[in-house]
Write a protein that binds this ligand. Structure first.
Ligand SMILES: *Cc1c(COP(=O)(O)O)cnc(C)c1O
Length: 354
């Protein structure tokens, strides 16, 4: 008897394994979540939608696209939303790539990239980060071939932290053929303070082949509701919409996203306080003797190499995110939890002098 067999592209894709149960959710520094709850007014407007969940959501996402259109001064056909920007990326890659194509991305970068890439059947081409944990855009440009359909650029880079500079991105975009899509993943853009950092929107204004990815999961604190979006020229946005399952973003999530966009002053205040906490963490870690790359997201990176997993274990009861053999990513949480983590990091350094 033969049993059904999934596509070979799935053979190397890992099955999601849940981490530790949410015993210490308030202490979690492992998922780059926002320590603040929803912005003011968001819960009420989302809850108002609960009375009509017998209805399908607005598949045209009219209010959300109108709000994004007003925010970015681009017509609504420049946007394509989905259940998180990871889902938008899946749709984008499925719309543009298939077996035989190549997709170039930096590594170490976001762990969802290889999954999204491999699912299409295309070949992932990984280009190592530079020693300072930044993208090597010259090497990424050199990795582009006739088969390349998409290049992914993550700025700030998850999990290492630095941005791509505006100058580097401009040179890179001039070097890449216009038929290659360049995805600029700006999941953490609100936290960037480096004035030399690249802007996906500036890049999009100059190059038709740029796709900017944004999310409500990080700065806006809506990770649990799943809303993200692409900004691209209308033909590209349309290709993403076509490849996105209809009705995927609920009206509850759409309402929460629109309400969050209305709360800009409080958003800025919260983001600034997280940035201040980040500055404190980086300074304290460097004072302890750690080598910390520039941190422009809501997380910091310690390149612990083979000690990564042991360090994460030593951080108990504060969950952090180890990448075995490479390093540990620590999210910026509440001041109390960050302080607890800094104490654990100091103890590790005392026990492991260089
Ligand atoms: C968190 C994150 C996202 C967004 O994830 P959502 O699916 O929107 O929750 C996208 N890219 C990177 C690099 C991220 O770290």
């Amino acid at each position: 008897m033969s049993s059904p067999r999934a596509r070979r592209a799935l053979d190397d894709i890992p099955v999601y394994r849940p981490g530790k149960a949410a015993v210490a959710e308030d202490h979690k520094l492992s998922s780059n979540e926002n320590p603040y709850g929803p912005l003011p007014g968001v819960t009420a407007r989302a809850a108002a939608e609960l009375d009509r969940i017998n209805r399908y959501p607005d598949a045209g996402m009219t209010d959300l696209y109108a709000a994004l259109s007003a925010r970015f001064d681009l017509s609504p056909d420049h946007f394509a939303a989905g259940t998180g920007s990871v889902a938008v990326l899946f749709a984008l890659l499925n719309a543009h790539c298939e077996t035989g194509d190549e997709i170039v991305y930096a590594w170490r970068s976001f762990e969802a990239y290889p999954i999204a890439v491999d699912l299409t059947g295309a070949t992932g081409v990984r280009v190592a980060l530079r020693p300072d944990a930044t993208h090597d855009l010259a090497a990424m440009s050199a990795a582009v071939t006739d088969r390349t359909r998409v290049v992914m650029v993550c700025t700030p880079n998850n999990p290492t932290g630095p941005v791509v500079s505006a100058d580097d991105l401009a040179v890179f975009l001039d070097s890449v053929p216009e038929r290659v899509l360049v995805v600029v993943d700006e999941a953490y853009v609100e936290f960037v303070r480096d004035p030399g950092g690249a802007s996906g929107l500036t890049a999009l204004a100059a190059h038709d082949n740029v796709v900017v990815l944004r999310t409500f999961s990080k700065a806006y604190g809506l990770a649990g509701l799943r809303v993200g979006y692409a900004i691209a020229r209308p033909e590209v946005a349309e290709s993403i919409r076509k490849a996105t399952p209809p009705f995927s973003v609920t009206d509850v999530a759409q309402a929460a996203a629109v309400a969050s966009l209305d709360s800009q002053v409080e958003l800025d205040r919260r983001v600034e306080s997280i940035v201040q906490e980040r500055v404190v963490m980086v300074a304290a870690l460097r004072a302890q003797g750690w080598d910390v790359p520039e941190a422009e997201g809501n997380f910091v990176w310690l390149a612990l190499g083979d000690d990564a997993v042991d360090f994460a274990v030593a951080c108990d009861p504060v969950p952090v995110r180890p990448f075995a053999g490479e390093g540990v990513r620590i999210s910026v949480g509440s001041p109390e939890v960050n302080a607890t983590f800094l104490g654990l990091a100091a103890a590790w350094r005392e026990a492991h002098p260089r």
